[in-house]
Write a protein that binds this ligand. Structure first.
Ligand SMILES: [Zn+2]
Length: 235
């Protein structure tokens, strides 16, 4: 086990702090077949706390060949190793970095619901759309500064924030009614189109349904987060 890198305690503490912000509990939406519920971040936090998901610093991120030119990667969740990677140990010190952490935790949440037996294959464009919408809702529900969030007009974050603001308005800021919000078809299409551009997904419009997808075989394969050894021993 010599090559087994331990989780970075500073990073893990930062991720846990963000996952435990009360406003996150109000997140509850469905986007295509994807459901994101605030309460489902608790198992992610638990997995980080007991080491099944590790948080580590990575100086360099290998290119996944998925981003459009000019975009950079500063964080990533790796499904094979169940590791959240960040640029620095003190990552998460700005609202923008906090959003990115919740974004990656959303991928980890999807992975937690997968299993080795039944890999969950999700089309990347939907995963990314859901993760960006989470960023926007988090910004509003936890009252985070916008910073550069809307920087690119009609970009994914700009679209996501517009949708999030509509959701908040329709639901009175989710003060009373936190039942699942089903994303409107036109909002979904706008968001997917913006995500497709940024992530360099090939954009394919289904002739029958008008649904935008990618035909690159770009799927996220979530195969579950393994049980940690300490747990298996019955700790
Ligand atoms: Zn992502």
């Amino acid at each position: 086990m010599a090559n087994k890198v331990k989780t970075d305690p500073t990073l893990a503490a930062t991720v846990l702090r963000i996952l435990r912000e009360p406003g996150i509990q109000k997140i509850n939406f469905s986007l295509n077949a994807i459901i994101v519920k605030g309460q489902d971040y608790a198992p992610v936090a638990q997995a980080i706390a007991d080491g099944r998901i590790q948080c580590q610093v990575a100086k360099q991120f290998a290119s996944q060949g998925e981003l459009a030119r000019g975009m950079s990667v500063e964080a990533r969740y790796e499904t094979d190793s169940n590791v959240m990677l960040f640029q620095r140990a003190n990552y998460g010190s700005t609202a923008s970095e906090e959003r990115t952490i919740l974004h990656e935790a959303t991928h980890a949440m999807f992975d937690l619901s997968g299993s080795k037996k039944h890999n969950i294959r999700q089309i990347s464009i939907d995963d990314e759309s859901a993760a960006v919408l989470v960023e926007a809702l988090y910004t509003r529900l936890c009252k985070k500064e916008l910073m550069g969030f809307k920087m690119v007009q009609y970009g994914p974050q700009d679209e996501a924030l517009r949708i999030a603001d509509n959701m908040m308005a329709e639901r009175n800021n989710f003060e009373d009614d936190t039942s699942m919000y089903v994303l409107k078809e036109e909002d979904l299409q706008m968001l997917r189109a913006a995500v497709a551009t940024d992530w360099n997904f090939t954009r394919v419009v289904d002739k029958k349904t008008g649904t935008i997808t990618d035909n690159t075989g770009a799927l996220y394969i979530y195969n579950g987060v393994g049980l940690c050894k300490a747990r298996r021993k019955g700790k």
